[in-house]
Design a protein around this ligand. Structure first.
Ligand code: RB5
Length: 321
């Protein structure tokens, strides 16, 4: 028997809904025996599911009336074979508290290789709750398909290590982030979104919209990469130009100003760029997220491109002498 633990904040909306949906999906599949439980990171024990959660569950013939919330405990974590949270921050928090189980803890979206967060419908309308229910149905039906592969890996300590590699990798990538005053608000918005995607952020400032000089922040981000504290960097100024020019003065830095996903992919694959620069006065947050995703998820292609990148490094040395 495998135990799947679903975790949200209060255990009155998302995780109880997820629990009844997953129980139903598993009952329909003919895989092995599963037990599904749910709990909250900050739950008041013994509370009923919210009225709206009960109502949208009932619309699909699920009974949530008997649900009683429970606070997540170490025992539950210890007994779980897989732990699925609603958001990446919840997964991160759990992994930090239960490092021995880190390989078995995923945000539901990441488990099915989707960058979706299941947002809290608490306080929202019935339509909001329906949206959450439908999102959970979709994500969980995809998760059910992945369970045999996940559980087929032998032994608790190795299980999960090879599963969903991209998600694991993403957890570990440290990104240095910097901006001047023109990019400050843009940086803050991007930082929140990157945090949801489970990236580790090293924010090198600036910290307000007060006027500053972009080379100071380009230097900080570039140095944190050159010194190995971060793997990749993102710099934002008004146009992205000043940041690129400045960062490229630091040895070992290959900064690329990209305003489209194709360029961002090529900057990584062909140029092994380690800094992306963006112009907050040029592109919007939506396009920037696509560009950033392309940049952060593309690997350097190596081979002939390595030879060319080596020549760039050679130029750096030649000019120094
Ligand atoms: C600041 O006004 C602006 O010059 C700077 O943010 C950037 O665009 C420089 O390249």
């Amino acid at each position: 028997m495998k135990t799947i633990l679903l975790v949200c904040t209060g255990n009155t909306c998302r995780s109880p809904l997820a629990q009844v949906i997953l129980q139903d999906l598993l009952a329909q599949s003919e895989e092995e025996d599963y037990q599904v439980v749910s709990a909250g990171l900050s739950a008041f024990p013994g509370q009923q599911a919210t009225e709206k959660a009960i109502e949208v569950a009932a619309e699909k013939d699920f009974d949530l009336k008997q649900h009683q919330s429970q606070q997540l405990s170490s025992k539950m974590v210890a007994e779980a074979d897989l732990i699925l949270t609603m958001t990446a921050s919840q997964a991160r928090r759990l992994r930090l508290s239960y490092q021995e189980k880190a390989q078995l803890i995923y945000a539901l979206g990441h488990f099915v290789q989707e960058k979706q967060t299941v947002r809290d419908p608490f306080g929202g309308s019935l339509a909001t709750y329906r949206k959450t229910r439908d999102q959970l149905e979709e994500l969980l039906s995809r998760a059910v398909v992945k369970l045999p592969q996940f559980f087929s890996q032998e032994g608790n300590s190795t299980r999960g290590q090879n599963y969903n590699n991209r998600s694991n990798r993403r957890d570990k990538v440290k990104i240095a982030l910097g901006s001047d005053h023109a990019g400050y608000l843009f940086k803050e918005e991007l930082k929140e979104w990157l945090d949801e995607q489970d990236y580790e952020i090293i924010d090198q400032g600036t910290d307000s919209e007060d006027s500053v000089d972009y080379p100071d922040f380009a230097g900080k981000v570039a140095c944190s990469i050159a010194e190995g504290q971060a793997e990749l960097g993102i710099l934002i100024c008004g146009t992205g130009i000043g940041m690129a020019i400045s960062a490229n003065k630091v040895a070992g830095i290959r900064a690329a100003r990209c305003q489209d996903s194709y360029s961002a992919r090529m900057a990584r694959a062909h140029n092994n760029a380690n800094v992306l620069t963006l112009g907050a006065r040029v592109i919007g947050q939506g396009l920037a997220r696509e560009v950033v995703t392309a940049f952060l998820t593309t690997e350097f292609a190596g081979d002939r491109h390595q030879r060319r990148v080596d020549k760039i490094t050679g130029l750096e040395k030649e000019l120094k002498e």
